[in-house]
Design a protein around this ligand. Structure first.
Ligand SMILES: Cc1cc2nc3c(=O)[nH]c(=O)nc-3n(C[C@H](O)[C@H](O)[C@H](O)COP(=O)(O)O)c2cc1C
Length: 210
């Protein structure tokens, strides 16, 4: 399967060479992010695409000084909603009605159900739920990047509060949850580039119930 070949080629790149990724490939990766499934279709996150070198230099020290933050081509920051609000929920439900061109009673009842539950919940609980949705899209991005022959580094090794401050995320009602530098591997300087991929056995991973 061609996809599996690409997933085997992918690894969490530790060193990148600064080469630019074509915008067309970035667009495809963003489209894959956009196409990710999310709970109730709310897409409760935003993605920041950073090419600004000064900004990358600011983020690097709060991301464990990982070199790929500055040596990547595009740095993606996935930022989830800090909570679910009535306004945010209504906006997505209204968009569905607008795009599909009709109102449906079942869908409207479902909207009311969400409006009666999510906004009343603890903000931290809501953020954690939103962050899970962001991670699904993040997974799409990792796969799409590999599909495009673009290297990436999934990255939780950073201080979210510091990144939120650098990008003024609090004012936008967002909190950073995961980073994804995109670029091209620097094979000579990457200790991981030629090491075998290690995965637990399928017996330890999969429980079949026939
Ligand atoms: C959510 C998440 C966070 C990660 N954070 C980092 C990180 O901060 N720095 C890093 O070098 N690798 C990071 N990794 C990479 C993992 O260590 C790596 O995916 C794992 O060891 C499997 O190796 P492979 O991706 O090369 O197949 C992260 C991976 C994930 C999924």
């Amino acid at each position: 399967m061609e996809l599996l070949n690409k997933l085997n080629w992918r690894y969490a790149t530790k060193a990148m060479n600064g080469k630019k990724v074509a915008e067309e490939k970035i667009d495809n990766i963003i489209e894959a992010i956009s196409l990710a499934p999310t709970s109730s279709g709310l897409q409760p996150f935003e993605v920041f695409v950073i090419t600004n070198q000064e900004l990358k230099e600011k983020i690097k020290p709060v991301a464990w000084n990982q070199s790929v933050v500055t040596d990547c081509s595009h740095l993606l920051v996935f930022a989830a909603w800090d909570t679910y609000t009535e306004d945010r929920i209504n906006k997505m439900f209204d968009l569905v009605n607008e795009v599909r061109g009709f109102k449906n009673e079942g869908w409207e009842n479902y909207r009311q159900m969400l409006l009666k539950s999510y906004p009343q919940k603890d903000a931290e609980e809501n953020f954690n739920h939103a962050a899970k949705q962001a991670y699904i899209a993040f997974g799409h991005a990792v796969i799409a990047a590999a599909f495009e022959g673009v290297d990436s580094t999934p990255m939780e090794g950073f201080d979210p509060a510091a990144v939120d401050e650098i990008l003024n995320l609090k004012e936008k009602g967002l909190r950073s949850c995961v980073l994804l530098p995109l670029g091209y591997r620097d094979v000579e300087n990457d200790w991981l580039a030629n090491l075998k991929k290690v995965r637990k056995s399928k017996a330890d991973l999969v429980n079949r119930i026939d």
